[in-house]
Design a protein around this ligand. Structure first.
Ligand code: COA
Length: 374
C-alpha cells in the first residue's frame, strides 16, 4: 500500500516564489520580505503590488495601482441589484461566493486567458471584494450601500463603506495592517483550492469562487468568527480559564489556536495581539483583549498550543465595529490578493493538479439486478 499523507500534511506539491513560511522559527515572508517589516512599513496596496509583481513598486507604479483600485471599486448597477434581490443567506459567505461568481457574467474579459487580461481581472476582483462585503453588510440592515470614496485608501474605504463614517486614522492604519497580515499564506486550503481550479485552465473567477468555498469552513476562514462568539459567550476574564479547560476536557478544539505549519507562534498573531490590545485600550473596551490573553495563557499552559492569525483578529475587528459574521468575508477582502497572485503563478507554470488516492473499498463485485437485491 502506498504511503498516504492524510490532509497532504508535509507534502510539497509545487514550487512557488510568492510566500514562504518557516514553521519551526515562526517566520513568514512575502516575496522575500518579512511580514513584520511589511506590517510596520508597507500598505495593503503596496503589498498587493509586491505579491503580484514580485518586487516593491516604484512611486508611479503604486499610484497607478491605487488609481486602478479607485476606478474599479464601485459596483455596477447589476451587481447592486443582485445583492438587493438575493434572499438572506444562512451565512454571509454564501452571498459573497454567489456575488463574486456572478461578477464574471458582467466581466467582458471573463474568458480571456491572456496574462494581461488575468492581471486586469485580479485588479477588479481585489478592488471590488471589499465593496461587495460592505454593500451586503449595509443592505441586510436596511441601509443603502455607500459608494467608495476616491480619496480613501483600500482599508479606510472598507470601514467607511461599511459603517458610513470616515474612520479615525489609527483605526484605518490598524485595519490596513490586518489586511497586509492576511494577504497571503502559501498553499493554505483556499489558495490550494484556487490553484487546483486554475490548474484545469478554468478562469480566474471560477478559481476565486473555489477559494471562497474553501475559506468558508470553520477550520480555515471561519475560525475568527467562532473566536469572537467564544469571547462573547465567556464575557469576563474570570470565566475564561474554566471555559477553556472545559472545552479541552470535552476534547473540543479551541478556535483560533493551532496550525498545520507553525510549531511556534504564528508571526501574524504577534502583531495582531498588539493590535487587539491597543485598539481595545483606545476604544475604552479592554475586556476583549483581556479575555483573549487569559485564554491564550491557558492554552499554552494546558496544551502548549499557540494562537494563530484568527485569534487576535477577532477582538480587533470587534472593536473596529465589524459585525461578527462578516469576519470570514473580511479575510477574503485581503486574501483575494494572494489568491489572484497564486492563480497568476499557476497559469504561468501550469501543470494539472491531480493527485492519487489509495482505494480501500470493495473489489470484484458483480452487478445485482434490482429484484435480486436484499
Ligand atoms: N484546540 C485544541 N486542541 C487542538 C487545537 C485547538 N485549536 N488545534 C490542535 N489541537 C490538538 C488536536 O486535538 C490534536 O491533538 P491529539 O493529537 O491529541 O488528537 C493535535 O493538536 C493536532 O491537531 P490536528 O487538528 O490534528 O492538526 P491539524 O494540523 O490537522 O489542524 C488546525 C490544524 C488549524 C485545523 C487545528 O489546529 C484547528 O482545528 N484549529 C482550530 C481552528 C482554527 O483556528 N483554524 C484557523 C487556522 S489559521
Amino acid at each position: 500500500m502506498a504511503e498516504v499523507k492524510a490532509g497532504l500534511q508535509d507534502v510539497v506539491i509545487a514550487t512557488s516564489s510568492i510566500c514562504s513560511i518557516d514553521g519551526a522559527r515562526g517566520r513568514l515572508t512575502y516575496r522575500g520580505y518579512d511580514i513584520h517589516d511589511l506590517a510596520e512599513h508597507s500598505t495593503f496596496e503596496e503589498t498587493v503590488f509586491l505579491l503580484w509583481s514580485g518586487r516593491l513598486p516604484r512611486r508611479n507604479e503604486l499610484e497607478e495601482l491605487k488609481g486602478q483600485f479607485t476606478e474599479h471599486r464601485p459596483l455596477s448597477g447589476e451587481i447592486l441589484d443582485l445583492l438587493r434581490r438575493l434572499p438572506p443567506p444562512q451565512h454571509p459567505m454564501e452571498t459573497l461566493r454567489t456575488v463574486i461568481s456572478a461578477l464574471s457574467l458582467y466581466d467582458p474579459e471573463a474568458e480571456d486567458m491572456s496574462e494581461e487580461a488575468n492581471r486586469r481581472k485580479a485588479v477588479r476582483l481585489t478592488a471590488q471584494m471589499g465593496t461587495v462585503v460592505a454593500a451586503f453588510g449595509r443592505l441586510r440592515e436596511g441601509k443603502e450601500p455607500i459608494p467608495p470614496d476616491p480619496d480613501l485608501d483600500h482599508a479606510a474605504n472598507f470601514l467607511y463603506m461599511l459603517k458610513g463614517v470616515r474612520p479615525h486614522h489609527d483605526d484605518a492604519r490598524w485595519f490596513d495592517i490586518a489586511l497586509i497580515l492576511h494577504a497571503d499564506h502559501s498553499f493554505n486550503a483556499s489558495t490550494f483550492a484556487a490553484r487546483v481550479t486554475a490548474s484545469t485552465l478554468s478562469d480566474m473567477h471560477s478559481a476565486i469562487t473555489s477559494a471562497i468555498g474553501a475559506l468558508k469552513g470553520p477550520l480555515h476562514g471561519g475560525a475568527n468568527e467562532q473566536v469572537m462568539r467564544m469571547l462573547l459567550e465567556i464575557g469576563s476574564v474570570d470565566r475564561a480559564e474554566a471555559y477553556v479547560k472545559d472545552l479541552l476536557a470535552q476534547k473540543k478544539k479551541v478556535m483560533g489556536f493551532g496550525h498545520r505549519v507553525y510549531h511556534t507562534e504564528d508571526p501574524r498573531a504577534t502583531v495582531l495581539r498588539k493590535m487587539s490590545e491597543e485598539l481595545g485600550r483606545h476604544a475604552g473596551v479592554p475586556q476583549w483583549f483581556a479575555i483573549s490573553r487569559r485564554i491564550e495563557e491557558t492554552m499554552i499552559r494546558e496544551k502548549n498550543i499557540n494562537a494563530n492569525v484568527d485569534f487576535y483578529s477577532a477582538s480587533s475587528y470587534y472593536v473596529l465595529g465589524i459585525p461578527v459574521d462578516l469576519y470570514p468575508l473580511v479575510f477574503a477582502v485581503s486574501r483575494i490578493s494572494g489568491w489572484t497572485a497564486h492563480v497568476l503563478e499557476q497559469y504561468a507554470h501550469n501543470k494539472l493538479i491531480r493527485p492519487l488516492a489509495e482505494y480501500i473499498g470493495p473489489a470484484g463485485l458483480k452487478y445485482v439486478p434490482m429484484d435480486e437485491r436484499g
